[in-house]
Design a protein around this ligand. Structure first.
Ligand code: SF4
Ligand code: SF4
Length: 278
């Protein structure tokens, strides 16, 4: 089973849900932290034996001795990663997605691919949980290639929990893709509702079943509840706004370890989900 944990905006408690769900399940669990610009699941899990490997993507390299500055590569590039001047070709590696099209259209064979490091993948273990997370190099504009590489580590024979990046843009879609179910984490505020609606639209287009975890329940208003009721979206769990939970979070302590009675509540999410998986 592949479960993704997403939210329309950052700071709603997505990682809290991902980590506590992983810690509540028995058996082989794999937690993939795909929030590669700011991975933080590792802070809450006491891991050991960390492995690290670099991740590269191919980028073009232009041999200007062969180039006649025709500009076809720049015209073909949908990401504006190549600019051709009258006597020079400029490449912006952070914008390149490594599609290779520029090399295919170059009539003079002036472009070859070279690897460029965009970040690393780290893997570590903790009592039945394998945690894999990507760390994008500072300044990298594109997170999707690294997210895709983290997902290549996915082991479908395990219960896989994917902590997605926040928002509804390409990185989220890459992280959520191929999930059996998505848990959307929101908070009962007007901002939470606004971003929840965007996330719901994305998941409906992707045809992935989903339900809600409402974090900081008790603040804000009823609008998120009214919306989920009207749209037939199940509420899987409510986590109340609580100074005790907030204190544990700030100290890097998972809820289910600091307050063990919460383990059962997280475990009870799974049977609710299993009935909805296609
Ligand atoms: S397509 Fe090839 S020859 Fe034309 S500008 Fe680009 S690198 Fe140079
Ligand atoms: S590999 Fe693709 S994205 Fe990168 S510069 Fe070439 S055409 Fe643009």
């Amino acid at each position: 089973m592949i479960l993704s944990i997403a939210s329309g905006k950052g700071g709603t408690g997505k990682t809290t849900v991902a980590v506590n769900l992983a810690l509540s399940l028995s058996g082989d669990v794999q937690l993939l932290d795909c929030d590669v610009e700011e991975p933080n699941a590792y802070i809450f899990i006491d891991t050991k034996d960390e492995e690290e490997k670099p991740v590269h993507t191919p980028i073009p390299e232009v041999d200007e001795a062969r180039c006649d500055y025709c500009g076809r590569c720049a015209t073909a590039c949908a990401y504006n990663a190549i600019v051709v001047l009258h006597d020079h070709v400029m490449l912006f590696p952070e914008l390149c997605n490594g599609c290779g099209l520029c090399g295919m259209v170059c009539p003079r064979g002036a472009i070859r691919e070279v690897p460029r490091e965009i970040g690393v993948i780290r893997r570590c273990w903790s009592d039945g949980i394998e945690l894999v997370y990507g760390v994008l190099n500072i300044g990298e504009a594109r997170a999707t290639p690294l997210i895709n590489r983290v997902k290549e580590e996915l082991k479908p024979e395990k219960t896989v929990i994917i902590d997605c990046p926040p928002g509804t843009a390409c990185p989220v879609i890459a992280a959520v893709q191929d999930s059996d179910y998505c848990i959307l984490v929101t908070e009962p505020t007007p901002f939470g509702l606004h971003d929840l609606k965007l996330a719901v639209e994305v998941l409906r287009v992707m045809d992935i079943p989903f339900g809600l975890v409402i974090n900081r329940a008790g603040i804000g208003d009823q609008a998120v509840y009214d919306y989920s009721d009207a749209e037939g979206i199940p509420i899987l769990l409510e986590i109340p706004y609580s100074e005790e939970i907030a204190r544990h979070y700030s100290e890097g302590k998972p809820i289910v370890q600091a307050m063990p009675d919460w383990k059962l509540r997280f475990m009870e999410i799974i049977p609710k989900i299993e009935t909805k998986i296609k």
